[in-house]
Structures are given as structure tokens and as C-alpha cells.
Design a protein around this ligand. Structure first.
Ligand code: DUC
Ligand code: ZN
Ligand code: ZN
Length: 473
């Protein structure tokens, strides 16, 4: 009898550190051996000519999130994780969004109920704190961090979400005490309100003015302020969805001073620009996300951030709404002003092919950098490594097998998400994930879902030793 349930034979196995040609032996859902000629197993997967990569980890997605009156997110946990699996991902990290006045524990229960039995890949949750009451910060948050919810997102903009500076400091301070990593949405709320009102008074209400209402200084200032506040309480932070060079430079400056300030960027900041928002009629709404896509210089700066290690993670910020839908981008109020267009774009299925093609194939990133930015560093930053994010003996057998030469034109009809459009329509890429394996089970193969039911599981997380506060016990 074979020692393995499955052997992936003869592929180029790439990790964040190196790439070798070898077999991968899987037993009991975990990687049991890496070696030459591991023999036979019940299931043999021929990977010759293919890349064998750690399954993508997308640490920034929004699924089934409450999005305000009359607005419905396009993906629930079933469709969102299905799209993730087809895009070569084996784990996604959505948000449990606390509503104002709601208990954080209740928000967590609600999102678990939404996810229960529906996930095609593994799932772990971040917490969004919109109401940092003494009860939330004193009782609920420390208990939840101890239970494996070891990251928190805070917003510096949006009505009912934006925290004041003192509230940010209070959350940062609780994170410092509990060892949680804080993810920061850095845009200055008052500046956006001021600019939005001025634009609306001038009749400038089309989707393209979304970008005008949140220019680069709005993001740069908030990024700098978040860094300064974090420094005051000596807590690590992750600035998410960085869109441009000025914000990137704030992070680099903090890192050069020895601060644990981390950064994330996303596909929209590499391949879209503000010009995409300037489309006919309401079409620009398809690209409304925050921060908005900028210009070519900003794209180059985001590449530099990825190449030089200023950014540790590359995530999708998948936040999907349908376009032709009164509960989506074309909600009736959206025609009166960009301010009402639901904020966010789909991208969980296209994140990896875009970075592989634009990064690895075009020579901007090594294959090992690609693996680090799309899988390993997510596991490290968010307390899942070495169980996740690497092809190593003992790790979960979370693997994506890629055809590195397959040419694909990204178009809505080939995607599996719940949205009715992709902002990357027409983008030609080289390299595509063909098989996705989660804890040893094949989830996607030959363009089809395998298995008779969703096999994803919830993953509680450790505190990250990489992102822990200095001298955290
Ligand atoms: N922030 C996100 O992280 N996602 C979508 C919208 C937003 O503002
Ligand atoms: Zn955000
Ligand atoms: Zn997001």
C-alpha cells in the first residue's frame, strides 16, 4: 500500500525561498514528503510542465457584508469562495463587520452563520471595529483575539465607520495589549467630505469625480497620521490597499525608522487608472473603489513597493457589487452623485493571474517574490504560518497547480463570481491556475468544481510572531 493518498508528480515546486522540480506526497490532508520519484499513490496528478505553488491566500476580501440600505453585495460565501478557488486560492480572509451599537461577538456569530457549510476554500476572519466602546475594547476584543481573531480593521473614513484619532489610539492600545495586528483604511474623512460637497455644489456628480474627491494627499495624510498614532502606542499596523507612491513613501519612511509598519497593495493599483472611471454614462461606476486607481506613476510606485519589500502582501480587496442592478452600482441614488455608488470592485479570481502575468512573466518579480506576496507573507502576517502558505513537510496540502503558458483574455463569461462584470475585461494574461487543492482535496480541476460539497473550513489564527508588537510576551 502506498504511503501517500496523492502524489503530485514532476512539477516545478516554488516556495518563497526557492524553486525545485520534485514530487509532492500528500497524506491525511498534509504534505508528507517532498522528493524525487516518491512512487505511486491512490491519486496521481501529473504536473510535468506545470508550476506547483502554495495555494493563494487572499487576506483582504469582503463577502456577504452588510453594505447599507438597499445595497446587496454580489458574493455570498458560496460564490465568493468558488471564485477564489477557480483563481488558485486556498484560503480567504473576509471581515466580520461590527455595526454601530452591535456587540462584536454578535457580529462574529452572524458572519460564521453566513459562512457555515458554504465555503469551497478555507476561511478566517478579521474584525472590523466601528464602535470601540469600553465593553468592546475592554472585554470583547481581548477575548476574541484569544479565540483566534487576531487582526482588526479600522477605518479613517466613511460615515458610521470612521474612527476619531482618540478612538484610533484606543483601538491601537488594545491591539498592543492583546497582540492583534491592526489593518488601517487610511483616507481623511473630513477632507473627502469637504471635497465631495464642493464637487456636488458645482454639479460634478458623475462617477469619475469619485477620484477627484479623494486625491492622493487625502490618503498620504491619513497614512502618515496612522503611522504617527501607532508609533505613540508602539503597535504594529498594516496599511491596506495603498494606491500611490506618496502613501508608499510614508510606509517606507516608517520602516526605515524601525517601526513595524506593513503595507498591502492590490491589482486595481497596478493595472487600472483614474481614466477608467471616466467612461460613458454610468460605466465609470464599475471602477469606483477606495482609494481610487490613480495614474501610471502611481502604478510604477506600487510595483516598486512590491519589488523592494515595502509591501508584504498583495491582496484583491474583492468587494463585489453587480453593475446592472438597483441593489448594486446602479442604485437609483448613484445617478444623483458618485457619493452613493457602492464602493468596491470584484477581483478575487483575477488577483493571481494578473500579478503572475504582469509581474513574473513581464520580469518585474521573481516567481519566489510572487509566492511570498500572494501566499507566504499573508500566512506570516496573519498568524497562519507554517501551517499555511508554504509547500513544506507538515504544512496543510494547500496547493495550486498552474499552467504558466496558458494565455487567457480576462472576460466576465469565464469568471465564477457573483458580479455581472469584471473591471479587468479584455486584459490579456499569460499563466493560469488549473487545479486547486485544499488540505489534500481537489476543489477545482479542468475548469470544474470537484467534490460533492463545499469542503472549506474555518481557521482560527495565532498571533503573528512577525507582526507582534515589540517585546510582546
Ligand atoms: N475599503 C475596503 O477595504 N474595501 C472596499 C471599500 C473600502 O473602502
Ligand atoms: Zn478599506
Ligand atoms: Zn476592503
Amino acid at each position: 500500500m502506498s504511503k501517500f493518498d496523492t502524489i503530485i508528480r514532476g512539477g516545478r515546486v516554488a516556495n518563497a525561498s526557492d524553486t525545485v522540480v520534485c514530487d509532492v506526497g500528500i497524506r491525511g490532508g498534509r504534505i508528507a514528503a517532498l522528493g524525487e520519484d516518491l512512487g505511486d499513490a491512490g491519486e496521481m496528478i501529473d504536473a510535468s510542465g506545470r508550476l506547483v505553488l502554495p495555494g493563494g491566500i487572499d487576506s483582504h476580501v469582503h463577502l456577504a457584508q452588510d453594505s447599507g440600505p438597499g445595497i446587496v453585495m454580489a458574493d455570498d460565501f458560496e460564490s465568493g469562495t468558488r471564485a477564489a478557488a477557480f483563481g488558485g486560492n486556498t484560503l480567504v480572509m473576509p471581515f466580520c463587520m461590527q455595526q454601530k451599537g452591535q456587540s462584536l461577538r454578535q457580529a462574529v456569530k452572524d458572519y460564521h452563520a453566513k459562512a457555515q457549510g458554504k465555503c469551497h476554500v478555507d476561511v478566517s476572519f478579521h474584525l472590523v471595529i466601528s464602535d470601540p466602546t469600553p465593553q468592546v475594547l475592554g472585554q470583547e476584543l481581548p477575548a476574541l483575539v484569544g479565540d483566534g481573531y487576531t487582526s482588526i480593521k479600522v477605518f479613517m473614513t466613511y460615515q458610521d465607520l470612521a474612527l476619531s484619532d482618540i478612538e484610533l489610539l484606543e483601538v491601537f492600545s488594545t491591539a498592543r495589549e492583546t497582540g492583534a495586528l491592526v489593518m488601517v483604511h487610511a483616507e481623511n474623512y473630513d477632507a473627502i467630505r469637504f471635497l465631495t460637497e464642493r464637487l456636488e455644489r458645482a454639479g460634478k456628480t458623475a462617477p469619475k469625480f469619485h477620484a477627484t474627491s479623494r486625491p492622493i494627499p487625502v490618503e498620504r495624510e491619513a497614512t502618515h497620521r496612522a503611522i504617527s498614532l501607532a508609533e505613540l502606542v508602539d503597535v504594529p499596523i498594516m496599511i491596506v490597499h495603498v494606491s500611490n507612491g506618496e502613501a508608499m513613501e510614508q510606509i517606507r519612511w516608517a520602516q526605515s525608522r524601525g517601526l513595524k509598519v506593513f503595507g498591502e497593495t492590490c491589482p486595481q493599483y497596478l493595472v487600472l487608472t483614474e481614466k477608467d472611471l471616466d467612461s460613458l454614462n454610468m460605466e465609470g461606476a464599475k471602477y469606483v473603489c477606495s482609494p481610487p486607481p490613480r495614474d501610471e506613476a502611481s502604478q510604477r510606485a506600487c510595483w516598486l513597493g512590491l519589488q523592494t519589500g515595502v509591501f508584504q502582501v498583495f491582496s484583491s480587496d474583492h468587494c463585489p457589487f453587480r453593475y446592472e442592478d438597483a441593489q448594486g452600482k446602479l442604485t437609483p441614488k448613484a445617478r444623483t452623485s458618485f457619493r452613493w455608488v457602492p464602493n468596491g470592485i470584484p477581483g478575487v479570481e483575477t488577483r493571481l493571474p494578473i500579478l503572475f502575468s504582469e509581474g513574473v512573466v513581464k520580469g518585474r518579480l521573481s516567481l519566489e517574490q510572487f509566492v511570498a506576496l500572494t501566499a507566504t507573507n499573508h500566512a506570516k502576517m496573519y498568524g497562519l504560518h507554517p501551517k499555511k502558505g508554504t509547500i513544506a513537510v507538515g504544512a496543510d496540502a494547500d496547493i495550486a497547480i498552474w499552467d504558466p503558458e496558458r494565455k487567457v483574455t480576462i472576460t466576465q463569461s469565464i469568471l465564477h463570481h457573483g458580479s455581472d462584470y469584471t473591471p479587468y475585461e479584455g486584459l490579456e494574461v499569460t499563466g493560469w491556475p488549473v487545479t486547486t487543492i485544499v488540505r489534500g482535496k481537489t476543489v477545482v480541476s479542468d475548469g470544474r468544481l470537484a467534490g460533492d460539497r463545499p469542503a472549506g473550513e474555518y481557521m482560527a489564527r495565532n498571533r503573528s510572531p512577525y507582526a507582534a508588537p515589540p517585546d510582546f510576551p
